[in-house]
Design a protein. Structure first.
Lengths: 188, 188
DNA sequence: TCTCCTTTATCTATCAGTAGATAGACGCAG
DNA sequence: CTGCGTCTATCTACTGATAGATAAAGGAGA
């Protein structure tokens, strides 16, 4: 088996586990078993658990940033753009009631190594920055601070909708929340 | 030392730990050390970890329900009423960046014993029911389903604000979100 | 091409630490 | 003397992490 393959498979298995049960529940043995190698081999690619967690969060954020940028490139309707955004969070719930990787890690904030925290922070930044840009099209008359505040609130509300929907095991709750955010005027 | 005292101290110490690091990080040894007894004594009062977790969530919900009912009894201004509600969530952050017990447990949904899940669910129900009642005063013309949906969205948004503010270690983010929820018309 | 050396990627085996849980003994109050 | 509460001591299971062996591949020089 190719080197890159193993490394990729480790990251993929680990990502799914964290999105399912959180950073604390991530174990080298479980990841190794899922991939079909020994835990020592996982340590070879990621010396410490913090290294693995940071790598996961970094890639997660990178992928998200790339996707969000691609949305801005297309000159699509702003509501459709926002719908595509929320659809990403919905997809995590669809996939076995999982959560946003950085959302679930936020809950474990205290236990995260610094290197992981940095990446979790960056995920929030990337999302809020993107939402701020989107709002610039939607509410061009708002001040920069207002847009940033609103963007933060929208991001938090979506994360919360995911958290509550997951806790109740009902994806309809997520849809209900997103709809309420829009019709109340919080989100586009 | 009185029996009730020990039991109370165990629950108090355990509650603080869960609000800080979650259900998974709750350990009999740590609780025992914080109280000043041995872990076997904790097992005497709460045979399994699930028993302890369920007792914590049950009391947490009971206390919240009592507080919320008391708010409804007083004929105060609805905005003041809502401000007192959000203040409770804010207080958790103030107290060493802690989270709502049931909020952080929602993130650990997969690992929760059934008995704990039931109580976490009930917490959400209690909050949403209360918010629905408050909205009845604020938006009497809305349908029952609309009010329930909006109440769910408000609850989720507040939980999300707490989650994101905690993840970034900045209570100002929570305040920012709450303000945005209000000015956008999502919450009263 | 053949040989020597290094690197890569994995394995087995083991470590110390901690988890939840249990059995049985001790002390004390009613 | 009984029973409640706590203790000591221990168990099994699992955690992240490390050491050392091994097989395979690549590169360099004769």
């Amino acid at each position: 088996m190719n080197v890159q393959d193993t490394r990729e498979m480790i990251m993929e298995a680990a990502r799914l586990m964290v999105q399912d049960r959180g950073y604390n529940a991530l174990s080298f043995r479980d990841v190794a078993a899922a991939v079909g190698v020994k835990s020592a081999s996982v340590h070879y690619h990621f010396p410490t658990k913090g290294d693995l967690g940071a790598a996961l969060a970094r890639r997660y954020t990178d992928v998200a940033a790339a996707f969000l940028n691609s949305l801005l490139d297309e000159p699509i309707d702003i509501h459709e753009c926002f719908a595509k955004y929320t659809a990403v969070f919905r997809a995590a719930l669809e996939k076995d009631n999982r959560m946003c990787l950085c959302g679930i890690m936020s809950a474990e904030y205290v236990d995260l190594p610094d290197a992981v925290r940095v990446e979790v922070d960056r995920f929030a930044e990337v999302n809020i920055d993107w939402l701020t840009k989107v709002l610039s099209r939607h509410r061009p008359r708002a001040t920069a601070a207002e847009k940033q505040s609103l963007a933060t609130a929208i991001f938090a509300a979506i994360e919360g909708a995911q958290l509550v929907a997951r806790g109740r095991g009902d994806i309809a709750i997520f849809d209900q929340c997103i709809k309420a955010y829009r019709s109340s005027g919080l989100s586009p």
